[in-house]
Ligand binder design. Structure first.
Ligand SMILES: Nc1ncnc2c1ncn2[C@@H]1O[C@H](COP(=O)(O)OP(=O)(O)OP(=O)(O)O)[C@@H](O)[C@H]1O
Length: 240
């Protein structure tokens, strides 16, 4: 089933065209990387998908809900982890999650059930009593992913979630998030790091605001490594 549809979306910051007729369609139970170099338009697309920005050029729908016409229904199906950390470091993991659950209208036993389920999915239950400040970078990110799952969305979006993490933490997080896709979520993962993508993952390559291709990673890579295909596809420089 179609979970995230981007249809002919364009966006400009003044004279700067950041997205140019972007279209793709993603289905449930998949890990899809939005792969693009710096400045490709990944964060702009995330901002449009979460309605931090709006455009009249094109349409986005989430789990069948048009984002412009039914924003509440569409946003209810999205869990999002932004590039910048958004935790209260002086609260415990559990307090942070309870606060977010309350913002989502969850309380009491049902909130606790959702929190426990989200912590289990990220293997974070034993950290629930620790202050966020005491967690390492990888565990803070895992907690943010758990938080994004509390309201049981169908789509999990992450904007370059491994920036600044060491190799072990990056690998742990990419493995956890692939497991979430295997359990039925659509995971949409913006990155410029090819090594976070497996052969079986879907990839949308974005460059200078345009979709260069959308296919399985193995098909894009062909006979060589994915990085070579990516560099070739994104070698073209913007005209001065
Ligand atoms: N507020 C803004 N005003 C003007 N131009 C902007 C603004 N934000 C982004 N841009 C430009 O729009 C283009 C797309 O930027 P965007 O941040 O979406 O790319 P990105 O792929 O997320 O890059 P990065 O990986 O560096 O975060 C870039 O050329 C950027 O310079």
């Amino acid at each position: 089933m179609s979970m995230l549809t981007v249809h002919d979306v364009s966006y400009s910051y003044g004279a700067k065209r950041a997205l140019d007729h972007v279209s793709f369609d993603l289905t449930e139970g998949r890990f899809c990387a939005l792969l693009g170099p710096n400045g490709a338009g990944k964060s702009t697309l995330f901002s449009l998908m979460t309605r931090l920005l709006v455009t009249r050029d094109g349409a986005i729908s989430v789990a069948g809900h048009d984002l412009a016409q039914s924003p509440r229904a569409a946003l209810a199906q999205i869990g999002v982890v932004f590039q910048q950390q958004t935790l209260d470091l002086d609260m415990t993991v559990l307090q942070n999650l309870r606060y977010f659950a309350a913002l989502q209208g969850l309380s009491g036993a049902s909130a606790q059930r959702s929190i426990d389920a989200a912590l289990d999915r990220l293997d974070m239950r034993e950290r629930a009593g620790e202050k966020a400040r005491a967690l390492n970078g990888g565990h803070r990110r895992r907690m943010e992913i758990a938080r994004a799952l509390i309201h049981d969305p169908k789509v999990l979006m992450l904007d370059e979630p491994t920036v600044g993490l060491d190799t072990g933490s990056r690998q742990a997080i990419t493995a956890h998030v692939h497991d979430l896709a295997d359990s039925g979520l659509l995971v949409f993962w913006a990155t410029h790091l090819v090594d976070e993508i497996g052969d079986d993952d879907d990839v949308v390559v974005l460059h200078q605001g345009r979709v260069m291709c959308h296919d399985r990673a193995a098909n894009i890579a062909g006979d060589g490594p994915l990085i070579d295909a990516f560099i070739k596809m994104t070698a073209r420089k913007e005209p001065a």
